[in-house]
Design a protein around this ligand. Sequence first.
Ligand SMILES: [Zn+2]
Ligand SMILES: [Zn+2]
Ligand SMILES: [Zn+2]
Ligand SMILES: [Zn+2]
Ligand SMILES: [Zn+2]
Length: 240
Amino acid sequence: MADPELCLESGGYDADSFVDPPDQDLICTICQGVLRCPVRAPCHHIFCKKCILQWLKRQETCPCCRKPINHNLILVMYKLSKSIGRLKIKCKNEIRGCRATFPLAEQYCHSLACVFELVGCPYRGCRAQLLRRDLETHARHCEHWRRPCHMGCGALVSHGTWTQHNCYQQLRLQHEAQRQSHRAVAIALQRKMRRMQKAMAHMKEQIALICESLEVMDEQQEQEEEGSNSERSNSRSSSF
Ligand SMILES: [Zn+2]
Ligand SMILES: [Zn+2]
Ligand SMILES: [Zn+2]
Ligand SMILES: [Zn+2]
Ligand SMILES: [Zn+2]
């Protein structure tokens, strides 16, 4: 089956990419390419789906016979699409050396495996674009090549560090770094605790001061009350 993804692109297939020159009936009169996702108008003229939909946005008549076209009466031609998908094409990487030919419908599958396909180096940071068949050779020299140490120490080694790599040294460095970070955490915690202790001592002082002033106020009040009581008793005794 023809790749449905391909039907979304505008215009038909390039007639030159077919092994045998395609039949004239298979050519879209709008784009002059081989029909991509063919549809039939009510007047029986056939176009690429995308081509006719774009055409109808400007005028709703057939570009061949000028009869009016109703959108709803356009039919997708699945069988024709399938038989076009069986036509043999040449690889788009022919100029790079690929001699493969295959049915149009298998174009996508072939591009995933074609050794003449231009691909990017998979190693992060490398911008090299090369043929898929040259990837392995490139990886042997790529300065962005990284691989975890096969001994499992967790280090990423490059071509440059691979020969000098020492798992023991690597683990010692990691251990030292971990110890440093643990020490930093402990120091920070101690500092925080000291700050909290200081704040608590300050609060205790404040509370003691408040208690003291409350006691003073109580005493004053008691004294005042005692004074007024004795005055009252004095006045009472003097009236008799
Ligand atoms: Zn077309
Ligand atoms: Zn027509
Ligand atoms: Zn190819
Ligand atoms: Zn690379
Ligand atoms: Zn290692």
